[in-house]
Design a protein around this ligand. Structure first.
Ligand SMILES: NC(=O)c1ccc[n+]([C@@H]2O[C@H](COP(=O)([O-])OP(=O)(O)OC[C@H]3O[C@@H](n4cnc5c(N)ncnc54)[C@H](O)[C@@H]3O)[C@@H](O)[C@H]2O)c1
Length: 345
């Protein structure tokens, strides 16, 4: 059964989703809205979407929608999400959930007050390796997971398009942009414990350079850059577990993405996918065979469709992504105060 849906925001990620949706055929996309009319017009032409809007409220009024996909910059996640949920429309909102915890709480409340579902675009949970490790955790392979590492470094890839580098529109830099993904994935693989204390540093060391010494510099926009390009943190959980976080848009390291789980029965890395355990008094490393090829963004929107149709349970719950937001806020606050930050309920 198809779901009747519309896009809010018609930039890079909206186009990416649209390509997957066209292949999967589970949606009827009837409209799109963007504050930039030329952009939304082209988006609708490219993907044969019948109607375009520059006013989201008009679109919500005129179209009989089952769902919206919110693909706007971070500053414009909360308002359309809340408006749609109030109108009983299901929402797939891109990551990060919001600019900060205060906005995230309002989104969660709107979801709790609505019959409609809110999910957040943490597509990394839908990668086959993530799904495999999740099932292994549920099967008890790791026992009690008491530590994890969540790392997502880019050597030099600042998203210079759009508003990612401007704090007022993004809420932060590398940490909120890609750190949110790896924190979300790792927390979920840990069994979603609640964070209680954070200490961290978010800083900018390389992205503001315009001296030609590194690839990916942007002379025109570097002066606007007022967010972090690198962050580290240590997070304590309510179950006694801890989490180490590292992420960057630019750094002098070849380490890319890393999730490591440490449990009292077993551990794991996600890339290369390996389980570390013991059998018959011997250490054993398990390397699962070839996993299916899955496009995770396509899998995420397809899952959302099945949730709407009552065929699946929402995998990325807003309660969980609010915990991610608490960690992000905590790291930014800890950077400013130079102290550990207790995370309120
Ligand atoms: N899950 C992922 O892998 C992934 C990848 C890229 C981006 N994202 C997220 O998607 C969001 C958008 O990123 P992007 O790369 O597509 O950005 P983009 O700049 O390419 O596109 C954003 C679009 O939103 C429009 N817009 C801005 N404010 C609006 C408003 N109030 N109402 C309607 N439209 C508005 C802009 O005009 C633009 O066309 C960000 O939150 C980003 O974090 C997620």
């Amino acid at each position: 059964m198809t779901v009747k849906a519309a896009f809010i925001g018609s930039g890079g990620i909206a186009s990416h989703h649209m390509k997957q949706i066209k292949q999967n055929r589970g949606y009827s996309i009837v409209a799109a809205c963007d504050i930039a009319e030329d952009r939304v017009q082209k988006f609708c032409q490219d993907f044969e979407i019948p109607r375009h809007y520059t006013d989201m409220n008009k679109m919500l009024e005129n179209e009989q929608l089952d769902a919206v996909l919110v693909c706007t910059p971070n500053y414009a996640h909360a308002a359309p999400t809340i408006a749609a949920l109030k109108a009983g429309i299901h929402v797939y909102c891109e990551k990060p959930m919001a600019m900060n915890v205060a906005e995230g709480r309002k989104m969660l409340k709107a979801a709790q007050d609505s019959k409609a579902t809110l999910t957040i675009g943490h597509h990394q949970r839908f990668e086959p390796a993530s799904q495999f490790l999740h099932k292994e955790r549920l099967a008890g392979t790791f026992g009690d997971i008491y530590f994890a590492r969540a790392v997502m470094h880019r050597r030099g890839f600042v998203p210079w398009w759009g508003a990612f580098h401007i704090k007022a529109k993004s809420g932060g830099g590398a940490l909120i942009d890609i750190g949110c993904h790896i924190i979300d994935l790792t927390l979920w693989l840990m069994g979603s414990p609640n964070p209680v204390e954070v200490t961290g540093v978010a800083t900018a060391k390389l992205a503001t350079r315009t001296d030609g010494s590194r690839p990916n510099q942007n002379k025109e926009k570097a002066h606007e850059f007022d967010v972090d390009d690198f962050a580290t943190a240590y997070v304590r959980m309510d179950n006694g577990a801890s989490l180490a976080v590292e992420c960057s848009w630019a750094c002098n390291s070849a380490v890319g993405r890393l999730v490591e789980l440490y449990g009292d029965e077993g551990g794991a890395t996600i890339q290369p996918l390996t389980i570390y355990t013991q059998r018959h008094g011997q250490f054993v490393d398990i390397h699962p065979g070839k996993l299916p090829e899955v496009q995770p963004h396509g899998a995420a929107t397809e899952h959302f469709r099945r949730v709407i149709l009552g065929e699946a349970e929402n995998l990325v719950k807003p309660e969980e992504t609010l915990n991610v937001q608490k960690i992000l806020d905590g790291i930014y606050k800890s950077t400013t105060t130079g102290k550990a930050v207790r995370i309120a309920d």
